[in-house]
Design a binder for this molecule. Structure first.
Ligand SMILES: Cc1cc2nc3c(=O)[nH]c(=O)nc-3n(C[C@H](O)[C@H](O)[C@H](O)COP(=O)(O)OP(=O)(O)OC[C@H]3O[C@@H](n4cnc5c(N)ncnc54)[C@H](O)[C@@H]3O)c2cc1C
Length: 371
């Protein structure tokens, strides 16, 4: 049987950030990826936003790792030439009824350590973003956009330069915690077993299944996972927006965000629908499209009929399900080490939904400090 110091299961942005941190710390690292390339799952199906961290509960892992990760990420992108732009985000109050919501964002952001938020009047909003209709807005200058594939390539390059290896088409099928370490069963073209001192389970949507397939840890420590798909519609033609635009949350209408990519394309979404299995198909029904048009027209009434095209979907691995309060403890990231499950050297990452991309460097540093 082969012996390896550290195995990272999953080559998404989080697994690669962890592999980079461990390799830079001098550890021997092998990344095992089930697909035939890195970064083809959630890390390729998101909004590519560098979040400021203003909507996560103060003190939560999401808030702490997002705020720390954001600054580290801007520095890293500048140093490594990873495409990004600090374009800023506007949270828009479409009418007077939304104004209290803006104060809530400012207070919430401050509590989470986001101290650069600015309240804009109607005139200031119109000056910054003429296409958007609203009575006021909160401006978040530290929100930005990033080329997530270039980021993953940079993480992988750093990890490989420090001696790490990526092996694709190598699904981890199961394993066993033993007195000598953790034995993993690896499938693919040349199935094998490998004995590891450290195993990091960063399998994203499948982290729960991977954890359940490793014998010797208490099953009750594995939290339930709930899948929530998000759909994005793209807009034909030139983007009328310069910033990311988020309407204030309102229960009656779908809250549809404007996201821009580095090429200047504008997309709207994601929405949220609970699903039972990982299935990326885009169900573009007239009802879904109508909800998007209505949600967007609250702040962009000039949206033309027929302007939206189905884009792509992404799936969130959520620890909080439809019946849980949105910001209950169960909605936080869960990074479990031996303290939680009793197996030294084994770390599981559960529920790494947004802001996992923004937080990736901070997650890498955090996990490296655990092992
Ligand atoms: C709709 C949506 C929008 C988002 N928008 C943002 C955003 O704007 N900003 C932000 O910061 N975050 C955002 N996120 C969150 C961010 O995309 C994720 O947190 C991040 O991509 C998770 O990375 P990961 O490496 O954990 O998972 P993944 O990218 O899914 O990687 C996991 C990898 O593990 C592999 N794998 C699975 N099972 C096995 C196995 N048994 N053996 C070996 N390999 C395996 C998979 O093939 C995959 O490559 C968004 C997420 C979604 C769903």
């Amino acid at each position: 049987m082969d012996t390896v110091d550290c195995v990272v299961i999953g080559a998404g942005v989080v697994g690669l950030a962890i592999a980079r941190a461990l390799a830079l710390a001098g550890r021997e690292v092998v990344v095992l990826e089930a697909e035939d390339a890195f970064g083809t799952q959630t890390s390729a199906r998101n909004s590519e936003v560098i979040h400021a961290g203003l909507s996560y509960p103060a003190g939560s892992l999401k808030a702490r790792l997002c705020v720390a990760g954001k600054e580290a990420l801007y520095d890293y992108c500048a140093q490594r030439g990873v495409g990004h732009r600090r374009i800023g985000k506007l949270i828009v109050a479409a009418d007077e009824g939304d104004l209290a919501g803006l104060d809530h964002y400012i207070a919430h952001g401050r509590a989470a350590g986001v101290n650069d938020l600015q309240l804009l009047s109607r005139a200031e909003l119109a000056e910054r973003e003429p296409a958007v209709c609203g009575v006021a807005a909160v401006f978040s200058p530290s929100t930005g956009i990033i080329d997530s594939h270039a980021l993953m390539l940079a993480y992988l390059g750093d990890a490989q330069n420090a001696g790490a290896t990526l092996i694709v088409e190598s699904p981890v099928l199961g394993g066993q915690v033993t007195a000598d370490g953790i034995v993993l069963r690896v499938g693919g073209k040349e199935p094998s077993e490998v004995l590891c001192r450290t195993v990091i389970n960063a399998a994203g949507l499948h982290a729960h299944a991977v954890a359940a397939a490793i014998a010797g840890i208490p099953r009750q420590r594995i939290p339930p996972v709930h899948y929530a798909i998000g759909r994005y519609y793209t807009m034909t033609g030139r983007s009328p927006f310069q910033h990311l635009v988020y309407p204030v949350s309102r229960e009656a209408t779908l809250r549809v965000h404007v996201t821009l990519d580095l090429a200047g394309q504008c997309k709207f979404g994601p929405d949220l629908r609970w699903i039972d299995t990982v299935d990326y198909r885009f169900d573009d029904t007239p009802e879904v499209a109508a909800a998007f048009y209505a949600g967007i027209r609250r702040y962009y009434p000039e949206l033309r009929d027929g302007a939206l095209q189905p884009g792509y979907t992404g799936i969130r691995p959520r620890l909080a399900g439809p019946d849980d309060p949105l910001h209950s403890g169960a909605a936080d990231f869960m990074i479990q080490d031996a303290q939680a499950h009793g197996a030294p050297g084994l770390v599981h990452l559960f529920g790494i939904e947004s802001p996992g991309l923004t937080a990736s460097l901070a997650i890498g540093a955090h996990v490296a400090s655990l092992v």
